[in-house]
Design a protein around this ligand. Structure first.
Ligand SMILES: Cc1cc2nc3c(=O)[nH]c(=O)nc-3n(C[C@H](O)[C@H](O)[C@H](O)COP(=O)(O)O)c2cc1C
Length: 140
C-alpha cells in the first residue's frame, strides 16, 4: 500500500509527528500552508475563530500527494481541524484518510467517515508509542 503523509503545523508539533510517521514509511512529509497569518497572540485568537467558523482559506501543497491512502496530520483548534486541512480534505476521499490530530489536552469531536482517527495528546506524553502503534497497524 502506498501512503502520502501531509501536514499543517503552526508551532511545529504536527510537523514533527508527520516527519516521524513519514520516516517510518520511508517517504516525505508534505507541508500544507495557507494564506493566513496565525502568528502571535492575535494570530492565536484568529485561528480559534476561523476554525470555529470553518473559514475558507487558500492552500499551497508543497509536494505531490498521490497514493492509495492518505495520512493527514493537523493541530486541533477549538475542538476542530484547522482551516488548511479542512480545505485539503475536500480534495481527498475521506474513507482513505487516516487523520492524526495533535492537541494539548482534548480530542477531535467530528470524527465520522475517516479510515481512522488518532489523537496524539501532548499531556499524555506518549507520542512515540502512538506513532509506532499507528504505523505498525498500516497495511504493507
Ligand atoms: C487557536 C488554537 C486552538 C486550540 N484549541 C485546542 C483545543 O481545543 N484542544 C486542545 O487540546 N488543544 C488546543 N490547542 C493546542 C494545539 O492543538 C496543540 O498545541 C497542537 O499540538 C499544536 O500543533 P502545531 O504545533 O502543529 O501547531 C489549540 C491551539 C490553538 C493555536
Amino acid at each position: 500500500m502506498k501512503y502520502s503523509v501531509a501536514y499543517f503545523s503552526r508551532t511545529g508539533n504536527s510537523g514533527r509527528i508527520a516527519q516521524k510517521i513519514a520516516q517510518k514509511l520511508s517517504t516525505d512529509a508534505i507541508e500544507v500552508t495557507d494564506n493566513m497569518n496565525w502568528k502571535g497572540p492575535i494570530g492565536y485568537m484568529r485561528a480559534g475563530r476561523c476554525a470555529l467558523n470553518n473559514k475558507d482559506v487558500d492552500i499551497s501543497i508543497h509536494g505531490k500527494i498521490d497514493s492509495d491512502e492518505y495520512i493527514v496530520v493537523t493541530p486541533l483548534w477549538a475542538g476542530k481541524i484547522t482551516p488548511a486541512i479542512r480545505k485539503l480534505l475536500q480534495t481527498l476521499p475521506k474513507d482513505k484518510v487516516h487523520l492524526i490530530v495533535s492537541s494539548g489536552s482534548s480530542t477531535l469531536k467530528e470524527r465520522a467517515d475517516y479510515k481512522s482517527v488518532l489523537d496524539i495528546i501532548k499531556k499524555e506524553k506518549n507520542e512515540d508509542e502512538k506513532i509506532a502503534a499507528f504505523t505498525g497497524s498500516l497495511s504493507q
